[in-house]
Design a protein around this ligand. Structure first.
Ligand code: SF4
Ligand code: FES
Length: 254
């Protein structure tokens, strides 16, 4: 095992000043990218900003871009970055000029794509959450949903299980449609809609409301079937497949 690892890290003052800084971090077995971010903050620059919470790949807070691949910092082992099998066919993400990136030896750290940067690796997720709320991803007595005090059969659970695993990390917003259309609801939001549309506990009235929202021009119809979302999702949610499933559901109803 190497004793140290070099990093090239995107820094953004939050006032439009962008630069890339090099850091060298001592390695320990099992060290993750998140551990390295802490090391940089503790030993080089206490103003370095990034998000995290659970450190266990479940809260969805630590999404960043590692060597041009959106990923969770707490789930990514430093030792595996240069050798792991990466998703293929991703768009090129451009955050700023980094003319001196030594691809072989330096790990490039950048924020998530397609969201405005607030500071360093912290992005503004206002639209992500705004669109999330728009698909009404909850049960409510306002629509006479049966849940939450109700049973589900194993079959009913199977129908939503894959979609339930979403941790709202935002990696799937690496989608090229998100890059060009600021009104696009987004892969996660549409997958969340599919999760509730499939749920046996949702009322017809609520289902109709969700469908009306996701079938607008900036919802399902805006998806161009790149399936980048399927390839980068760390939880196997397959939002692109969920979007296709909503399309099929509508076709069947015609
Ligand atoms: S669908 Fe996957 S990539 Fe998108 S927010 Fe959920 S867990 Fe993250
Ligand atoms: S810190 Fe929670 S998912 Fe990484």
């Amino acid at each position: 095992m190497k004793e140290t690892q070099k990093f090239l890290v995107y820094r953004n003052s939050g006032e439009g000043i962008i630069r890339y800084e090099g850091y060298e971090v001592p390695l320990k077995p099992g060290y993750t990218i998140l551990d390295a971010l802490f090391y940089i903050q503790d030993h080089f620059d206490s103003t370095f900003a990034f998000r995290y919470s659970c450190r266990g790949a479940i809260c969805g807070s630590c999404g960043i871009t590692v060597d041009k691949i959106p990923d969770l910092a707490c789930k990514t082992q430093i030792s595996a970055v240069k050798t792991k099998r990466n998703p293929i066919g991703l768009p090129e993400f451009h955050f700023g000029e980094h003319p001196n990136w030594d691809k072989e030896n330096e790990i490039l750290i950048e924020p998530l794509p397609n969201m405005p940067v607030l500071k360093d690796l912290v992005v503004n997720m206002d639209n992500f959450w705004k669109f999330y709320v728009e698909v009404q991803p909850y049960f409510t007595r306002d629509y006479n949903d049966v849940a939450p005090e109700s049973k589900q059969s194993p079959e009913e659970m199977n129908a939503i299980e894959r979609l339930v695993y979403c941790i709202a990390c935002g990696l799937c917003w690496a989608c090229p449609v998100n890059a060009t259309n600021p009104h696009y609801l987004g892969p996660m939001q549409l997958a969340k809609a599919d999760r509730f549309l499939r749920d046996s506990r949702i009322s017809d009235e609520h289902e109709k409301e969700i469908l009306e929202r996701v079938l607008k021009d900036d919802g399902v119809l805006a998806c161009e079937k790149y399936f980048v979302c399927n390839r980068v999702c760390p939880r196997g949610v397959m939002p692109g497949t969920a979007i296709n499933d909503i399309r099929k559901k509508m076709e069947e109803r015609k």
